[in-house]
Ligand binder design. Structure first.
Ligand SMILES: Cc1cc2nc3c(=O)[nH]c(=O)nc-3n(C[C@H](O)[C@H](O)[C@H](O)COP(=O)(O)OP(=O)(O)OC[C@H]3O[C@@H](n4cnc5c(N)ncnc54)[C@H](O)[C@@H]3O)c2cc1C
Ligand SMILES: Cc1cc2nc3c(=O)[nH]c(=O)nc-3n(C[C@H](O)[C@H](O)[C@H](O)COP(=O)(O)O)c2cc1C
Ligand code: SF4
Length: 642
C-alpha cells in the first residue's frame, strides 16, 4: 500500500475482524434528522450518505436506527420492511467508497428528548436537572421486556446485515438504554440486572451474545469512557465493561464521552482544543486486545495522527468535524488540512438549531450542510462587481461564496480578517473559534477575492462603481450612560479582554449575563483566582442553548456567584448600586466590569444609500448582534442570491 506522505498513520489500511478498512478514520454516528417520520430514509438521507462517504472516511456511520418502533429521531430497523429502504443507504455508502456502518439503539431515558414516548430505563431514575425542567420519570423495564429487547437488538443487527451494512455498532453510551443499565446512578435495580457491575452489564452482554448468534459482520460497541454524571459511569468500570465486551465476542470498542445530560463533556463544548480525555482513552486501549475507536475533540488530522502515533487508539472518530467539513478525510489525505473548515465546538447548528429543535442537523460554519435543493455554489450568469465591508465570519463567508459563484468581489477590512473571532477566542477553551478566523485568512488569500485592508466609507462605495454592497461591519459595544461609570475601577468587558483580562482587584462584579460577561467572569475566576459575581437584570442568564448550559456548568465549577434581576443603576464611590426586587442594593467589590451587549451597525447601509445608487444588504452582527452561525449563514445566503 502506498504510504500517505502527510498523515501516514491516518491513511494506513486497517482490519476489524477481517473487514478491510481503507484508512483509520471513522465518521461517527450523528443523526441527520432527514429521515421520514416512520424512520425510513428520505432521498435527502441518501444524498447525505453519499456526501459523507465522498468525504473519504474509511467507515461511515450516520443516523442511529431504532431496534423497536418508537417515536424516534433517527432511522428505524425495527422490522423487515425497513430492510429495503435501509439497503439503499448501505449501497450508497459502499458505492461512494466507504465501509457502510449501522448504529442500532434504543434511547431509553434519553427519549425524554422526544415527546410522546413510553419512557423506559433500567430504573425509575431521571437526570435531576431534566426532571426539574419537566422531563418525565422513566418506568423500569421488566425482566421479560429485557429479554424481548435482547432479541430485538439481535434481530435489528441481523436486518442491518441483510440490508448490506458491513459493521454494526451498538449504542451503549451517552445516556441511551443500554448505558442506563451500566450506570450505577441510573440503575438502582435489585434483581439480576442491577447492583454489581457484573449484573449491570448483563443486558449488554446478552445483547452482544444474541447479535453474535444472528450475524457474521464485525460488531462494535459504543461506550462512554466516563459519563461524568455524579455517581455515574467511571473509567474504571468502563475498562471492565470493555474487557467483558471483548470476552463476549465484540470486535471493536468505540469510545466517546459523557452523557446527553452533561453537555460539557458529551459535546466537548467549552473544552480546550485537542482530543478529549486522552489519558483515560489510553487505559481502555491498554486493557483490551481488540481495536479501539476514539472520538471527541479530534478536530484536526494532526491531532488524529498523533493519537495513532502514540498508540492511544487504532481508529480516530470524527463527529462534529465531519459536519463542519464533510471532506475532512479527503482533504487530510491530499495534505490540505489547512483547507478543512474547522468545527468551533459551539453546539449551535448541530444541537440547538439541529437535533434539539426537531429540525434537520445543521452546522454553524458550514451553511451548505444537507442543502440539497440547489448547487452549493451556483454559477451566476450575471457577474456583478460586489463590495463587502467587513471580513468577520459574515463578510468572509459572503466574499468566498460570491467569488465562487463568479462575482467580482472586493472585501474591505479595517482590522483583521476574522473579525471579532479574535476576541471570542481569548479563553483557552474557545481556541477553535480563532482557528475559524485563521481558516478565513487562508481561504481569502487563496481566492480571487480582492482584499483591501482599510476601513471603507460610504464615499469608498460611491466612487467604486459597485453593483452591490454587503455591509458586514459587525456590532458595536452598547455604551451605558449611568452615573459613576467614569470611576477608575469600572471597565468594559471588551476592553478587559483586549488587555488580557489583567485587573488589579480581588473582588469583581461582572454586570451582564451574555457570552462576553460569562467569559470575562470565567477568565477572572479560573485564570486569575478572583472572587467573582456575575449579575443580570433578566430572570435568567442569557446565553442560549447548550452553550448556555455549558457556561453555567463552568461558572458553577469556577465558584462564580450569580445574581439575577439586578439592574445596575449607578456606581457610587466605586461600588455598584443595583435596583433589585428588594430595592437598591450595593455590592462590596474592588472592580466593576460592564458587559451590556452589542448594538447593530446597520446605519452604514443608510449612509451608503444616501450617496450611492447600489443594491445594499446588511448581514451578521451589523444587522443584529447574534452568533457565528447567523453571520456565516447570512453571508452565504446573501451571496448565492446576489
Ligand atoms: C467575546 C465574544 C465571544 C463570542 N463567543 C461566541 C461563541 O462562542 N459562539 C458564537 O457563535 N458567537 C460568539 N460570539 C459572537 C460572534 O463572534 C459574532 O456573532 C460574529 O463574529 C459576528 O460576525 P460578523 O462578521 O457579523 O461581525 P464581526 O465578527 O464583528 O466582524 C466585523 C468586521 O468588520 C470590520 N469592519 C467594521 N467596519 C468596517 C469598515 N468600515 N471597513 C472595513 N471593515 C470594517 C471589523 O474590523 C470586523 O473585522 C462572541 C462574540 C464576542 C465579542
Ligand atoms: C448532531 C449530533 C448527533 C449525534 N448523534 C449520535 C448518535 O446518534 N449516536 C452516537 O453514538 N453518537 C452521536 N453523537 C455523538 C458523536 O458521535 C460524537 O461521539 C461526539 O460528537 C463527540 O465527538 P466529536 O468531538 O468528534 O464531535 C452525535 C453528535 C452530534 C453533534
Ligand atoms: S454547529 Fe458548531 S459545534 Fe456543531 S458541528 Fe458546526 S461548528 Fe461544530
Amino acid at each position: 500500500m502506498k504510504k500517505n506522505q502527510h498523515f501516514p498513520k491516518l491513511f494506513e489500511r486497517g482490519y476489524i475482524a477481517g473487514l478491510e478498512i481503507k484508512n483509520r478514520i471513522v465518521r461517527q454516528p450523528m443523526g441527520t434528522e432527514l429521515g421520514n417520520p416512520d424512520g425510513s430514509p428520505s432521498w435527502a438521507t441518501v444524498k447525505a450518505y453519499a456526501e459523507a462517504a465522498d468525504g473519504g472516511a474509511g467507515i461511515v456511520y450516520m443516523d442511529n436506527a431504532g431496534v423497536t418502533q418508537f417515536h424516534h429521531v433517527g432511522l428505524s430497523i425495527a422490522s423487515d420492511p425497513y430492510i429495503g429502504p435501509m439497503s439503499i443507504l448501505a449501497k450508497t455508502l459502499k458505492h461512494h467508497g466507504a465501509v457502510p456502518g449501522l448504529q442500532i439503539v434504543h434511547p431509553g431515558r434519553d427519549a425524554a428528548f422526544v415527546a410522546g414516548d413510553d419512557l423506559i430505563s433500567s430504573s425509575r431514575v431521571m437526570w435531576e436537572p431534566w426532571y426539574e425542567n419537566g422531563g418525565g420519570v422513566p418506568r423500569e423495564l421488566t425482566i421479560e421486556e429485557i429479554h424481548e429487547f435482547v432479541e430485538a437488538f439481535g434481530d435489528a443487527a441481523e436486518r442491518g446485515q441483510r440490508a448490506g451494512f458491513e459493521i454494526i455498532d451498538v449504542h451503549s453510551a451517552c445516556g441511551v438504554l443500554l448505558s442506563n443499565f451500566l450506570s450505577p446512578l441510573n440503575n438502582t435495580r435489585t434483581d439480576m440486572y442491577g447492583g454489581s457491575l457484573h449484573n449491570r452489564m448483563r443486558f449488554l452482554m446478552e445483547v452482544i451474545r444474541n447479535i453474535k448468534q444472528k450475524t457474521s459482520v464485525p460488531l462494535s460497541i459504543r461506550l462512554s469512557g466516563c459519563d461524568f454524571e455524579p455517581g455515574g459511569i467511571t473509567i474504571e468500570e468502563t475498562i471492565e465493561v470493555a474487557k467483558a465486551c471483548e470476552r463476549m465476542g465484540a470486535d471493536v470498542i468505540n469510545i466517546t464521552w459523557g452523557s446527553h445530560a452533561e453537555v460539557v463533556n458529551a459535546a466537548g463544548l467549552l473544552s480546550p482544543h485537542g482530543a478529549n480525555h486522552v489519558d483515560m482513552a489510553k487505559r481502555i486501549k491498554d486493557a483490551v486486545s481488540i481495536p479501539v475507536m476514539l472520538c471527541g475533540g479530534i478536530y484536526t488530522p494532526e491531532i488524529g495522527e498523533q493519537l495513532l502515533e502514540d498508540g492511544v487508539c487504532d481508529y480516530v472518530g470524527i463527529g462534529k468535524p465531519a459536519l463542519a467539513d464533510p471532506f475532512w478525510a479527503k482533504k487530510a489525505e491530499e495534505g490540505r488540512s489547512g483547507d478543512i473548515r474547522p468545527c468551533i465546538g459551539c453546539g449551535v447548528g448541530c444541537h440547538d438549531r439541529g437535533m434539539l429543535s426537531g429540525g434537520m442537523v445543521q452546522c454553524a460554519v458550514n451553511p451548505t450542510l444537507y442543502q440539497f435543493d440547489r448547487e452549493y455554489f451556483p454559477k451566476t450568469d450575471r457577474p456583478k462587481k460586489v463590495a463587502i465591508i467587513g471580513a468577520g465570519p459574515a463578510g468572509s463567508a459572503a466574499a468566498l461564496t460570491a467569488a465562487e459563484c463568479g462575482h467580482d468581489v472586493t472585501l474591505f477590512e479595517g482590522r483583521e480578517v476574522g473579525g471579532v473571532l479574535k476576541e471570542a477566542s481569548v479563553p483557552v477553551y474557545k481556541e477553535d473559534l480563532g482557528l475559524l478566523g485563521k481558516y478565513y485568512q487562508r481561504q481569502i488569500a487563496k481566492s480571487n477575492v480582492k482584499l483591501v485592508e482599510e476601513n471603507a466609507t460610504p464615499e469608498t462605495i460611491a466612487t467604486g462603481d459597485f453593483d452591490a454592497v454587503i455591509v458586514a461591519t459587525g456590532g458595536k459595544v452598547r455604551e451605558l450612560n449611568l452615573p459613576g461609570l467614569d470611576s477608575d475601577n469600572v471597565i468594559y468587558a471588551m476592553d478587559l479582554m483586549k488587555q488580557g483580562c489583567q485587573l488589579d482587584a480581588d473582588k469583581v462584579v461582572v454586570v451582564g449575563g451574555g457570552i462576553v460577561g460569562a467569559e470575562a467572569a470565567l477568565i477572572l475566576a479560573e485564570d486569575f483566582g478572583k472572587d467573582v459575581t456575575i449579575t443580570t437584570r433578566q430572570d435568567n442568564f442569557f446565553v442560549p442553548g447548550v452553550m448556555g448550559i455549558a457556561y453555567m456548568t463552568r461558572l458553577a465549577m469556577a465558584g462564580v456567584k450569580t445574581k439575577t434581576r439586578a439592574n445596575l443603576v449607578e456606581v457610587k464611590d466605586g461600588k455598584p448600586v443595583f435596583s433589585t426586587m428588594n430595592g437598591l442594593e450595593t455590592m462590596d467589590v474592588d472592580a466593576v466590569v460592564v458587559s451590556p451587549g452589542f448594538l447593530p451597525t446597520s446605519q452604514m447601509r443608510d449612509d451608503i444609500e444616501q450617496i450611492a445608487d447600489v443594491d445594499t444588504y446588511v448581514i451578521g452582527d451589523a444587522k443584529a448582534p447574534r452568533l457565528v452561525m447567523d453571520a456565516v449563514h447570512e453571508g452565504y445566503k446573501t451571496a448565492i442570491n446576489l
